[in-house]
Design a protein around this ligand. Sequence first.
Ligand code: GZL
Length: 336
Amino acid sequence: MKGKKKIISLLLMSILTLVLWGCTSEPASKPGGDGKGKDNDLIVVGYAQVGAESDWRTANTVSFQETFVEENGYKLIFDDAQQKQENQIKAIRNFIQQDVDYIVLAPVVETGWETVLEEAKEAGIPVILSDRMIDVSDDSLYTAWVGGNFVKEGHDCVDWLAGYLEELGRADEEINIVTLQGTIGSSAQVGRTKGVEEKLPEHPNWNMLDKQTGEFTQSKGQEVMESFLKSYDDIDVVIAENDNMAFGAIDAIKAAGKDPGEDIIIIGFDAVKAAFEAMIAGDMNCSVECNPLHGPRVAEIIQKLEKGEEVEKTWYVDEGVFPASEAAKLIDSRPY
Ligand code: GZL
């Protein structure tokens, strides 16, 4: 709860207590027995979520819903934008209308946020970014960002593939790659694509045949992979910028009579549990982790802000690289 709201509510409560005390010998108390109003003491957080396009997104949403509960002192107002920026902007304006204490935004794309975040700043409501980043000239428009290092994830993908090809004795072979990109302009897509492209020149025998967006969804990933298989008959590797598009690619490759994980190496990003299941089934070769469990970190930032403490601007989540050889051993310990 913001400073001015706290003072006003304390003043109101003391006036109310004095008035009630004057009328009865019993001390004033409100329903619930603790003498505190139900909503008065809760920190109200508005979360403008991207959508529900992937397993990663679902896990991210659950992390917020499990963290920002009343027993932890919060009231969560959640909005699912169905991957549309205009819906997220509308949600932020609603949060401002409702005078929430904090706005959390998982920006579907990097650009187009200045105006609405200026409005939040005007209203004195701190904005915390979760997951993807925004591209703004004035970084005072957000207080902090929690997310994955997407460029590093792209680097890790190339390094893993190089090691795997070495293991297979294919280090010097011509390797043809296609990429299923995420939502174009999202920092996860921008970063992962950039990370892969930065390291490709280390492997002059690798050819990036094509890149196209699968919108981070399984169905679109399958559709794009079907078109790739029609266009190219010698694909060696699929880099899918999230696991759900990898699952779509696996379905398309099987339908084309080829063996995913064997004929075509499949690499995904996120490391969701279903990716471990696909790796155990032999359909997928690796997943580069991008941890979605941002709820506790965002709560940590809010608690610091509530105490008037300074917070770091950038909070990277821990992430690893998970090859199929590790999948059976690790799947039961996977948190999402
Ligand atoms: C990554 C996140 C991406 C995931 C996808 O932080 O933005 O969006 O990789 C999700 O699964 O749709």
